[in-house]
Design a protein around this ligand. Structure first.
Ligand SMILES: [Fe+2]
Ligand SMILES: [Fe+2]
Length: 389
């Protein structure tokens, strides 16, 4: 990994902070943006951690170049709090934002999240897939929901609840807000999987400048694949989230809601980043009636569940949400404490997915997860909520 700061004392401080890790990580320290680029052009780095304010090329400029030239490198920024304009400029290019000064644990776990998200994935087109995930700075929202958000942001009377109701409908907005709030910078170390709580923590003032001044939220300006309307994924996710919320109780409800809302983001990533390959996958899915994840796995060596989990892990979302997205087709592979919520998201997805053949209920998987007896009551609840709506 590469650390960049113009102040030698800070670089020495970082080196000290991560002294324990010197054997497992190869660390290079660069005294500025230009020097960092020289290193990046001679060898491959998994993670770049950069200071924001530097003479010459600042952190925002550096990370924007890294994003374009080395998209597979995870990008982390360390910044002081007085640098709002620079942050707005940098946000679209970075994966995780930490505040200065930063303690060893926070820095270490941010780096680990950046590493984990890519490590050990045996994708047959790994380099391509990594680049697709890494180059993606934002996900498009449906124009209708995006404009609802900007309208709420210019309305001084809009409450956090009004904003949360909008964000809860859109996977892209929800993912971005959870990313911001779970960063050490905006969230002040609080991790949350609840979208309502995230909006409240961020506050409408900060949301306003992020929504209106930065480009981290954006409306969809084109439909990459006419047969894969992003609108259909958004609508499916919204229905699945409502259903998962209904299936679960206690704190799992919020986590399940968020996991279900984000479960198919990997499909959006693939549709935007590998449009031609993805069109072929959809054609094969339709022609054969196979599950979409099976066709993706056969053609790419990785499926949308894994892609979505990689992206959200890289963005620093809470571990449970990342795990739910990763295992939404295979709940038995989730850690024991997440098997129920994963199974709920799996069933909620299958019952709301359009067309249903793309994401079938896997009863064998539910049995392996020890959740098969939940299927009938969940189907009953789904029938009731269909009648309600
Ligand atoms: Fe899926
Ligand atoms: Fe789905």
């Amino acid at each position: 990994m590469l650390f960049v700061d113009d102040e030698p004392a800070i670089l020495a401080g970082l080196q000290n902070l991560l002294y324990k890790d010197r054997r497992r990580w190869e660390m290079v320290f660069a005294g500025g943006g230009e020097l960092a680029l020289q290193h990046l052009r001679t060898r491959t780095f998994d993670v770049v951690v950069s200071d924001m304010r530097m003479p010459g090329m600042d952190g925002a400029a550096l990370l924007n170049i890294v994003k374009d030239e080395f998209p597979a490198t995870a990008r982390i920024m360390l910044s002081g709090h007085a640098e709002r304009d620079a942050i707005v400029r940098a946000l679209p290019a970075l994966h995780q934002l930490l505040s200065k000064p930063c303690d060893a644990e926070t820095l270490r776990s941010a780096i680990e999240r950046g590493l984990d998200s890519f490590a050990g994935r045996a994708a047959s087109r790994e380099a391509e897939v990594r680049a697709v995930i890494g180059s993606l700075d934002k996900l498009p929202s449906l124009p209708e929901i995006y404009f609802q958000l900007t309208r709420a942001m210019t309305d001084p009377a809009a409450s956090p609840d009004d904003v949360a109701r909008i964000v809860q409908r859109d996977p892209a907005l929800a993912a971005k807000i959870l990313q911001l709030v779970n960063s050490a910078y905006f969230g002040a170390g609080q991790r949350t999987s609840s979208i309502g709580h995230a909006v409240a923590l961020l506050g409408t003032d900060r949301l306003r400048y992020l929504a209106l001044e930065s480009s981290v939220f954006a409306p969809l300006d084109r439909d990459p694949i006419p047969d894969l309307p992003i609108a259909a994924i958004q609508a499916g996710a919204e229905r699945a989230a409502a259903l998962a919320h209904r299936f679960l109780a206690g704190p799992d409800r919020d986590t399940g809601f968020a996991g279900a809302l984000l479960h198919d983001l990997g499909r959006v990533v693939l549709a935007l980043g590998m449009t031609d390959a993805y069109r072929a996958i959809l054609e094969e899915t339709r022609a054969t009636g196979a599950a979409i994840a099976t066709v993706e796995e056969a053609r790419l060596g990785v499926d949308h569940a894994e892609i979505g989990a990689c992206l959200l892990g890289l963005w620093g979302l809470p571990g449970p949400i990342v795990q739910i997205v990763r295992h939404h087709h295979r709940p038995s592979r989730a850690p024991a404490e997440l098997r129920e919520v994963c199974a709920a998201v799996h069933v909620a997805d299958a019952l709301t997915h359009d067309p249903p053949a793309e994401a079938p209920i896997d009863e064998d998987e539910l049995a392996r997860a020890g959740m098969l007896d939940r299927l009938a009551p969940w189907c009953d609840l789904a029938a009731i909520s269909r009648q309600d709506s």
